[in-house]
Design a binder for this molecule. Structure first.
Ligand SMILES: [Zn+2]
Ligand SMILES: [Zn+2]
Length: 132
């Protein structure tokens, strides 16, 4: 797990950098606050758990050289944090700057491809082709 602590006091961090690179393993309150603004809560599709239940997860794991920055962080509730670490799901930051989630390979339909899904925070924007 990246960060077990919840309910970090959110200090207004004016001018505080949102990328502390490799200096700090844990997300700082300023970065966490920015993640809360972007993700609003658990970013897993269809979840929407409030931010106070969420951990900040390193998209590229710290152990693998990932930075501690808004561009490498995503808010996940405990359940979905476990899903990302152990359930075969993958998460990445899309070109829109928002988290996208890739489901695990479907053993019954291996040809079905692993279509990434947007974070719930962007679902209201209808860019799915089926919405046309
Ligand atoms: Zn994690
Ligand atoms: Zn969740």
């Amino acid at each position: 797990m990246c960060e077990a602590s919840v309910c970090i006091a959110l200090v207004d961090g004016e001018g505080v950098p949102l990328n502390v690179g490799r200096e700090k393993r844990l997300f700082t309150p300023a970065i966490r606050k920015a993640l809360v603004i972007r993700d609003r809560g658990c970013a897993f599709p269809g979840c929407g758990a409030p931010a106070s239940w969420c951990d900040a997860h390193h998209v590229e794991h710290w152990e693998h050289g990932g930075e501690t920055s808004i561009g490498n962080g995503v808010l996940l509730c405990r359940r979905h944090h476990t899903v990302i670490h152990h359930g075969g799901w993958a998460v990445f930051l899309g070109r829109d700057g928002h988290p996208w989630f890739t489901p695990p390979a479907d053993a019954e339909h291996p040809s079905r491809g692993r279509e990434p899904m947007r974070s719930h925070g962007r679902r209201t924007l209808t860019s799915f082709s089926s919405a046309a």
